[in-house]
Design a protein around this ligand. Structure first.
Ligand code: 475
Length: 828
């Protein structure tokens, strides 16, 4: 239509849509403009929060301009796109990151200062977008950052929960959960797209008919529907929220059943109400299945709509569309696409299935059996009757091919079936995801190999090795170094002569030479100390505990889980405490002072994990006020660990703990964040720790414990040969049982998990080597010059773990997509 406009009209648009200038005065004007108009406030009654809102709105204006330009240019090229389907995006705050990415943080800082505010306080006013549990959700956020930075045509699809991960408070040492109603105020980082609204159906039945050619056709006649409304976020993430299809169901209303019609409306809105707070476990709730279908159906509809605009053949679909499944949560998208193609677009089953399997790829994030998604067939049938038929057909055709390749092996068919023959039958979502995808990947080298020999072994035998690949996780250096550790970022840029390392992290290698430079080492360690001071202040504010920034800061922050072994850490702390108590004053003089810091949430229904939190707090209460210990040992549990707390904690570690039982932590990503910030790690040979060791060298990491291939034998030996408990551990357990830390009855269920024959996570087997490794840490830390060299070498050799590298590998080897750099045309 634009082509029909008179020249003057086009010129007027062009002139008026010139981008705003980036000088401080213009920035101030735009802030004040938003205060007085959008927020309708006067300067004199403004607080930090409204200053934040105004700065955010002004920042958003600029982001939207750039974003529009990108989308406009992209839609002309119409390249192949990737769609990243994730039930979780753990974004944290946006403003600081947006300002840094646009290179405008200093100018905004200056502007806001002249207007009477302090940038740090304004930044602190933003609430976290916490739509995720832990590693999987934060990985999705890092990948979106890298996809945008590298100019890949990509969209993320997820759910806009009203309640993110719960807020954690500690009451009497116990975790208590509070709702995270993060949308209390308008969220400036999202744009409602009320024009994008999709009907999502549930329930009902399937009608089977013969068409004019005698072909059997299936039509799903749904029993109810809800609406999906899109919100867009400046990071190319589209989040769906549910709304009732009609405000009032007319039938119920006319029957005089007003209450029922309102109830139905409430039920529709429930779908996107809350994020399920489980990490590495499966809840099996009906509402969760509803969430999964609602989200995958809405996303696919959107993807198909965009594809149809280009008027291509269906067979071109996989050349235009790649869909990445972040764990099995979006696996229903496979079934939904098959249904659309067969039932609605009338393609043949085989043609449709070829398109489907070329489109999807699947990432597995865990091998823990309790995390494997399974849905009961009766429940599934009630919600999605047509999808169930399609799953049974997919399974039938698949098992027929398996039978052909490996005849007469019923055990094999049972093991590989998408349907588990239990009472009632269960749908194994991981099997469905493997069968419906062209590539399956794990998230670190060890993990990708493990899944090939354990949960997907039969599938490797059937499909061959090529379908199963590794994509080692990564983290974005923009947030996890540049934003979280501005002083270190500045020092690195100074040392390397430019900031190109931010988009090419391997350039950090240039810091290796600097490890030999004493003056540089001093600057490096001064920054580490400043970051420790910043964390000490947070600990004072949140826990009212005084810690010395000169002590060794030892940190373990992550979701609380038995496999991650926070329990082993606190048991070793008790051992340390007992050792110090038994010392003479002369002996104490040579003890390395340590502050042991914990943080992390336990799933609300995970009783043992919650007891671990209680034990940590009980130990802290005794240790921290024991005059015989003083500053030699402090124990801290930082409440409500989240992304913005992590941004303070990560730069402040001397050592951090990544101590999962070998073979259980698929990758880990906080290990990468700590090392990138010059923190050393103590860890097991698990997940990405192994690759970190390969990159930074064995002199710069403290490794202990058994290896993944030894785990089964150790468990067996413990169960059947009565291996006695480690004596040091025995001493620690006795101390707890004697009531050294509150009423020992409280901790009995926790201690029971260690009783010989039951210690599934092998705490006893690894305990002695863990204590030794911790002693090596103390000894190494005494030599600060050598330690600072290690610290610098850690950062210098972490280039591999940029999420830019991960995303490039996915793009080249799985998605087959290319970047499209967008030219700055200087227009809105
Ligand atoms: C791994 N979450 C980390 C990280 O790859 C890894 C599973 C089922 C239901 C709900 N949540 C989940 C996970 O499995 C998960 O977060 N896995 C984590 O993914 C990114 O670094 O080792 O535990």
């Amino acid at each position: 239509e634009k082509a029909k406009w008179p020249k003057e009209t086009i010129e007027l648009w062009e002139r008026l849509s010139k981008k705003e200038a980036n000088d401080v005065e213009t920035i101030e004007k735009s802030i004040v403009h938003h205060v007085t108009t959008t927020l309708a406030r006067a300067a004199y009654n403004m607080d930090n929060f409204s200053a934040y809102q105004a700065v955010a709105l002004s920042t958003r204006d600029r982001l939207i301009s750039r974003w529009n330009e990108t989308q406009g240019q992209l839609s002309k090229v119409d390249p192949k796109r990737v769609y990243y389907l994730s039930l979780e995006f753990l974004l944290g705050r946006s403003m600081d990151n947006a300002l840094l990415n646009m290179g405008l943080k200093d100018k905004y800082g200056e502007g806001i200062k002249r207007l009477g505010f302090n940038m740090e306080d304004v930044i602190e006013s933003e609430v976290d977008a916490a739509l995720g549990n832990g590693g999987l959700g934060r990985l999705a956020a890092c990948y979106m950052d890298s996809l945008a930075t590298l100019d890949y045509p990509a969209w993320g699809y997820g759910l806009r929960y009203n309640y993110g991960i719960f807020q954690q408070r500690i009451v009497d040492g116990y975790q208590t959960e509070y709702p995270d109603y993060w949308l209390n105020f308008d969220n400036p980082w999202e744009l409602p797209r009320l024009d994008i609204s999709i009907q999502i159906a549930f329930g009902g039945h399937v009608q089977t008919t013969q068409d004019e050619y005698g072909v059997t056709r299936h039509t799903w006649i749904p029993g109810s529907s809800v609406q999906a409304i899109a919100t867009e976020n400046c990071n190319n993430i589209r989040l769906w929220r549910s709304k009732p299809t009609k405000a009032f169901d007319l039938t119920s209303f006319n029957e005089g059943n007003y209450e029922k019609s309102v109830e139905d409306a409430t039920n529709a809105e429930k779908i996107t109400s809350v994020l399920y707070p489980n990490d590495n476990t499966m809840a099996g709730k009906e509402l969760r299945l509803k969430q999964q279908y609602f989200w995958t159906a809405a996303s696919l509809h959107d993807i198909v709509r965009r594809f149809k605009k280009s008027m291509r053949e269906w067979s071109d679909f996989p050349d235009q569309v790649a869909i990445q499944l972040n764990d099995t949560h979006p696996t229903l998208a496979i079934v939904e696409l098959q249904r659309l193609l067969v039932d609605e677009e009338l393609l043949s089953w085989d043609d449709a299935w070829e398109i489907v399997t070329k489109t999807f790829a699947f990432t597995n994030h865990t091998v823990l059996p309790e995390a494997m998604e399974k849905w009961s067939v009766p429940m599934f049938e009630y919600l999605l009757p047509r999808h169930l038929q399609i799953i049974f057909d997919i399974n039938l055709f698949f098992l027929q091919k398996v039978e052909k390749k490996f005849p007469n092996d019923r055990g094999l068919l049972n093991r590989m079936s998408i349907i588990e023959e239990a009472q009632p039958q269960q749908i194994r979502m991981a099997h469905l995801a493997v069968v419906g995808s062209h590539k399956v990947n794990g998230v670190a080298a060890l993990h990708s190999n493990l899944i090939k020999t354990t949960i997907f072994k039969d599938f490797v035998d059937y499909y061959g090795e090529d379908k199963f690949v590794n994509k080692t996780n990564g983290i974005t250096p923009r947030r996890w170094l540049h934003q979280a550790n501005p002083q270190l970022s500045a020092l690195i840029t100074e040392a390397l002569g430019n900031d190109k390392w931010l988009k090419n992290l391997s350039l950090l290698k240039g810091l290796n030479a600097k490890a030999e430079d004493a003056a540089f080492r001093k600057k490096w360690m001064t920054i580490k100390r400043a970051n420790k001071v910043r964390l000490a202040q947070l600990i004072k504010d949140r826990c009212d505990i005084d810690v010395s920034p000169d002590a060794l800061f030892d940190i373990q922050v992550k979701r609380i889980h038995e496999y991650k072994r926070q329990f082993m850490n606190i048991l070793a702390v008790i051992h340390r405490y007992r050792t110090i108590k038994s010392m003479t004053a002369a002996q104490k003089a040579s003890v390395q002072p340590r502050v042991v810091i914990f943080g992390g949430k336990a799933a609300p229904g995970y009783y043992i994990a919650k007891l671990v939190i209680k034990l940590i707090n009980s130990v802290a209460a005794v240790v921290n006020q024991d005059p015989a210990v003083g500053d030699l040992l402090k124990v801290v549990f930082v409440p409500d660990y989240n992304v913005s707390v992590a941004e303070i904690i990560v730069p402040a570690s001397d050592i951090s703990q990544h101590i999962s039982t070998a073979g259980t932590e698929a990758s880990g990503t906080s290990n990468m964040k700590f090392v990138l910030n010059g923190g050393l790690i103590i860890g097991t040979l698990d997940g990405a720790n192994i690759e970190i060791l390969e990159e930074i060298g064995e002199d710069n990491i403290f490794i202990f414990g058994c290896m993944a291939h030894e785990v089964e034998d150790l468990r067996h030996a413990q169960r059947y040969r009565g291996v006695p408990m480690d004596p040091a551990l025995q001493g620690v357990i006795s101390a707890i049982e004697r009531g050294t830390f509150e009423d020992p009855k409280i901790f009995q269920p926790l201690i029971s998990t260690l009783t010989v024959g039951k210690d599934f996570y092998l705490i006893s087997a690894d305990f002695a080597s863990y204590i030794t490794a911790n002693q090596q840490v103390d000894a190494a830390y005494k030599n600060q010059e050598e330690w600072s060299k290690k610290s610098i070498r850690c950062t210098a050799n972490m280039g591999k773990f940029s999420s830019d590298r991960s995303v490039k590998e996915y793009a080249d080897e799985i998605w087959n997509i290319k970047p499209y750099p967008v030219e700055d045309e200087g227009h809105l």
